[in-house]
Design a protein around this ligand. Structure first.
Ligand code: G3H
Ligand code: ZN
Length: 287
């Protein structure tokens, strides 16, 4: 039987009210952690690379690795380019074999964002690649932040803009700004999700799958409510970076110098976070 693609999984997720996790990875330990978590829970999964992560891996290298895992194990693991900001960079990822890409035109005005996205849609469709668009600005960065970013009204996605963007561009999914931000505040100050806005956005975009970025630090109840309102993909990075780094510090403190002896502890720490998110997202046994 042929394996389902991302589009089919999003359709199934929307119908059954669960979400797929996109887990960003910087290194082999992160990739092993995500893959082991997804396999052990029989959950379809997306692996993401930011610009920094992608250049550390090499786009072709990570693309070959993920495609290898998917084929070798006949497992629904998909690679997505996260926050691609230029057409050239997105093209490079598509040409390197990424089956999915995210174009982040959030620093453009709506008209320019629509025009650029349309250009990229033409290329991605020709290559059979899944394209995620973005309307509104998602602030912050995937780190432990001194202070949570100040989100202004104009950063949030306006439902009517989302509706127009979706009609004009025909993207396959849409990232929205509804109080979510990248990173986690030092003092634990997390994002406040505007569920009413999410509901109104969903009403204007119909069956277009919605994506929630900045998943780290969002309380479980808000994640679950967002899924009920049509979010089918949730991106997580900061909590994985943090789990890896804390475990690594601890692991090397013993004085052990053989990486294959201490790195499994970092894999376990990241895997634990991924498994917990998969449980919250409800994607267990959905292959
Ligand atoms: O695009 C990546 C995600 O939105 C990650 O956000 O670092 O807050 O989990 P996060
Ligand atoms: Zn993001």
């Amino acid at each position: 039987m042929p394996m389902r693609g991302l589009k089919d999984y999003f359709k199934k997720a929307e119908k059954e009210k669960w979400a797929m996790g996109q887990f960003n990875v910087s290194n082999l330990e992160g990739l092993k952690a995500v893959f082991q978590a997804a396999r052990s829970l029989k959950s379809p999964v997306i692996v993401g690379t930011s610009e920094g992560e992608g250049s550390y891996w090499g786009l072709k290298e990570i693309s070959h690795l993920v495609n290898f895992l998917s084929k070798e194990y006949r497992f629904p693991i998909f690679l997505n380019l996260d926050h691609g900001k230029t057409f050239d960079y997105i093209k490079e990822a598509i040409d390197a074999g990424y089956p999915a890409v995210h174009f982040d035109g959030s620093r453009m005005d709506l008209k320019e964002n629509i025009n650029k996205t349309r250009e990229i849609v033409r290329y991605s469709e020709k290559k059979g690649v899944f394209l995620e668009g973005e309307v509104g600005s998602i602030l912050g960065s995937s780190a432990i932040l001194d202070k949570a970013p100040q989100i202004r009204a104009e950063d949030l996605t306006r439902p009517e803009d989302a509706g127009l963007f979706s009609q004009e561009t025909k993207v396959k999914s849409l990232a929205v700004s509804i109080g979510n931000f990248h990173g986690v505040g030092k003092s634990g100050d997390g994002p406040k999700i505007d569920l009413q806005r999410l509901k109104e956005i969903k009403e204007t975009v119909g069956n277009l799958p919605l994506v929630l970025h900045g998943g780290s630090g969002i309380p479980e109840d808000d994640l679950k409510s967002a899924i009920q309102l049509g979010v089918v993909k949730i991106n997580i990075n900061t909590e994985l970076r943090s789990a890896f780094t804390l475990a690594l510090r601890e692991a090397v403190s013993s004085g052990e110098i053989a990486p294959y002896k201490y790195l499994p502890e970092t894999i376990q720490a990241v895997q634990k976070v991924v498994e917990e998110k998969i449980r919250i997202f409800g994607s267990i046994n959905k292959i």
